[in-house]
Ligand binder design. Structure first.
Ligand code: DP6
Length: 363
């Protein structure tokens, strides 16, 4: 017999970024972060997991190519899920698996990203969230999403936020074992239904410096990171409060994201930008490597996007990857943004427009 299940998990875009770990093994961050989970339609991972007595070892395929499951990150997630597996029975198919059986049964995992992997589009977020969620379903794990988020976090930090839709906060937590470093939903995907996130896929090349390495170097060498962590704590708690008020009042204000990006941008708080793009990290991470749009173009983006930010119609953000993210208050603004975007930053004539700009309905 073979038993299988499929799950789909979207990626998320942080409006307050996670950057730096206090524990590299358990992936515990030095600051809280808040993100928006995208609609699964455009940027998501689909994972099918199967179990059968005929499988002789755990195996995984990513985008149709077999990959190794030997890394600590995969092993930790697998171990955590297996240890929580429960009895399963399907009388019709004659399948009966006891809690104990799961320890000796092997799984096959087939995962597919419908967007470029490791190009700064948080593929590890969608990937590990889906990995954990699909395995948990297969193994009849009864934990709530908060507990599962703490497991996904051990695969990739940002993955813990992808288990929920809408606006999500990752509490950095205080405990050494990471039990309180979990994601919580601030508002669900229906709350701000009209919000549109546009991701301009400037490059689908893989990042040369991973977030993990970049963060490690920042924490080890940056003098500014401590200031950021402190400042961030204050900002997140204020924002959290504002979010709660917004949710209670069901007000759909946009200024809040504008203010987040202002804080994130060079104009608002130079140290944050310096850390994200690692000017203050040694050896210096080549900004061109992390961001294939060069900085002058990036500033071009800022000038462009700021015109919208000023009217509180839109905001923008960059992750540690080449692609620019624009957040529009509603569909009308998004259409205008898209039109202007294509005018100011025309794609190469050979570019397939669909892959240049992904218009993504979000929360
Ligand atoms: C800039 O979650 O990919 O996107 O925990 O080492 O796997 P690891 O890093 P990852 O880092 C994401 C960094 C970021 C900001 C964010 O998503 O909060």
């Amino acid at each position: 017999w073979i038993l299988m299940t499929t799950a789909q998990t979207p990626t998320n875009i942080a409006v307050i970024k996670y950057w730096g770990k206090r524990d590299e093994n358990l992936i515990l961050p030095i600051n809280d972060s808040i993100s928006v989970t995208l609609d699964p339609e455009h940027l998501c991972t689909t994972t099918t997991v199967a179990v059968s007595p005929s499988f002789d070892r755990d195996r995984m395929w990513l985008n149709k190519k077999e990959i190794s499951l030997s890394s600590d990150r995969y092993q930790r997630c697998l171990r955590e899920i297996r240890s929580r597996a429960n009895d399963f029975e399907d009388e019709k198919k004659g399948i009966k698996i006891t809690k104990k059986d799961w320890e000796n049964l092997h799984v096959h995992i087939d995962s597919y990203n419908n967007f470029p992997t490791a190009a700064g589009l948080a593929s590890s977020a969608a990937g590990f969230a889906c990995f954990v969620f699909s395995l948990a379903r297969l193994m009849n794990v009864k934990e709530d999403l908060g507990k599962l988020s703490a497991i996904a976090r051990q695969g990739s930090g940002s993955a813990c936020r992808s288990l929920y839709g809408g606006f999500v906060k990752w509490n950095m937590g205080k405990n050494d074992d990471g039990s309180d470093s979990v994601a919580v939903q601030l508002a669900d995907e229906k709350h701000w239904d009209d919000l549109v996130i546009i991701i301009a896929v400037v490059s689908s090349r893989q990042k040369e410096t991973s977030s993990t390495t970049g963060m490690r170097e920042t924490v080890e060498t940056s003098k500014l990171i401590q200031h950021r962590a402190k400042d961030n704590r204050r900002l997140v708690s204020e924002l959290h409060l504002i979010f709660l008020i917004l949710i209670l009042a069901r007000v759909q204000s946009f200024r809040i994201i504008g203010c987040v990006e202002k804080w994130n941008s060079a104009e608002g708080s130079p140290q944050v930008c310096a850390i994200l793009f690692s000017f203050d990290t040694s050896p210096q991470i080549d900004a061109g490597e992390l961001t294939s749009i060069n900085l002058s173009t990036k500033n071009g983006w800022r000038v462009f996007a700021n015109a919208f930010v000023k009217t509180s119609a839109a905001a923008y953000t960059f992750d540690a990857g080449p692609n620019a993210v624009l957040i529009a208050r509603n569909r009308k603004v998004a259409a205008l943004l898209l039109q202007r975007l294509l005018f100011h930053f025309p794609p190469h004539p050979d570019t397939d427009l669909d892959s240049y700009v992904i218009g993504d309905k979000s929360i």
